[in-house]
Ligand binder design. Structure first.
Ligand SMILES: C[S@@+](CC[C@H](N)C(=O)[O-])C[C@H]1O[C@@H](n2cnc3c(N)ncnc32)[C@H](O)[C@@H]1O
Length: 262
């Protein structure tokens, strides 16, 4: 994919945007359901307990915390100062190394599993794929996942359409874009896809804070974001008059085991 200079500036600004709102991110973004980790164990054929996992783009540690609960030995990698600082506050004692997926600060063959929770799309696959292959042991696995909104739920489809009009983008294509993001330049990763549906109920303020922690909202003017969220509150309260919002997600998981070089 070729990107213009302006697109690259926006991409970089968005990739760094989370640092300014790390606590809001950690408090309000959805976590990941147990069934996701069951699916990872199923696809790798190996328990997470005792596995050496590198969680890349770990942010504030939302996925890291779930991996630790499963008994994995996790080293986190995170480029952003704000996100890494929040990680240390929330998961003291768990190692987090500053670095990114395009140049992993990790030894060759040191990981059974590399995870990217909502972060692979910030990397350059021409660099992050070879880096993952270098750091994985033979037979190790790369797991990428994203919480995507369940657009077959009518109120969520309407909300996605409103956000799409606001940004001039088609968010219904989000899941196809995920497939495009995993084009493998090496030919050594053959991704299997699983989708896990789950939901959570949160107060409307938490729902709006979750929306407002997304990079597109963070890089536009605060006034535009505030105006969008005020209007969104009105719509969402129409669907959930008691102020408790049921968010439904499809976690899209892509997992590939490292094949030997040809
Ligand atoms: C949407 S957040 C996901 C954080 C965390 N994994 C989670 O599940 O909540 C994306 C993270 O990717 C990080 N990031 C940005 N560019 C990256 C890169 N090139 N490689 C790895 N991570 C990157 C950001 O700093 C941010 O913490």
């Amino acid at each position: 994919m070729t990107t213009s200079g302006a697109d690259q500036v926006t991409h970089t600004a968005r990739a760094h945007s989370f640092n300014a709102v790390a606590a809001q991110y950690a408090d309000h973004r959805p976590t990941y359901p147990p069934a996701l980790f069951d699916a990872i164990e199923d696809l790798t054929g190996r328990p997470l307990a005792g596995s050496r996992v590198a969680d890349v783009g770990a942010g504030t540690g939302m996925a890291t915390a779930r991996l630790l609960e499963r008994g994995a030995h996790v080293v986190a990698v995170e480029p952003g100062e704000g996100m890494a600082g929040e990680f240390r506050r929330r998961l003291p004692g768990t190692p987090v190394v500053r670095g990114d997926g395009d140049a992993l600060p990790l030894a060759a063959g040191s990981a059974d599993l590399i995870t990217y929770a909502q972060s692979w799309h910030w990397t350059d696959p021409a660099r992050s794929v070879p880096e993952a292959l270098r750091v994985l042991r033979p037979g190790g696995a790369l797991a990428l996942w994203w919480n995507t909104s369940a657009d077959d739920v009518p109120w969520i489809a309407e909300a996605s359409a409103r956000a799409g009009r606001h940004f001039g983008r088609d968010f219904s294509r989000e899941k196809n874009d995920i497939d495009a993001a995993t084009a493998d330049p090496s030919g050594r990763l053959d991704f299997t896809r699983r989708t896990v549906r789950w939901s959570r109920r949160v107060p409307v303020d938490a729902h709006l804070a979750n929306i407002g922690s997304h990079s597109l909202f963070l890089v536009q003017s605060p006034d535009r974001t505030a105006a969008f969220l005020a209007e969104e509150r009105r719509h969402v309260l129409g669907a959930f008059p008691d102020g408790i919002v049921e968010e439904t997600y499809d976690v899209v998981l892509l997992l590939a085991s490292k094949r030997p070089a040809a």
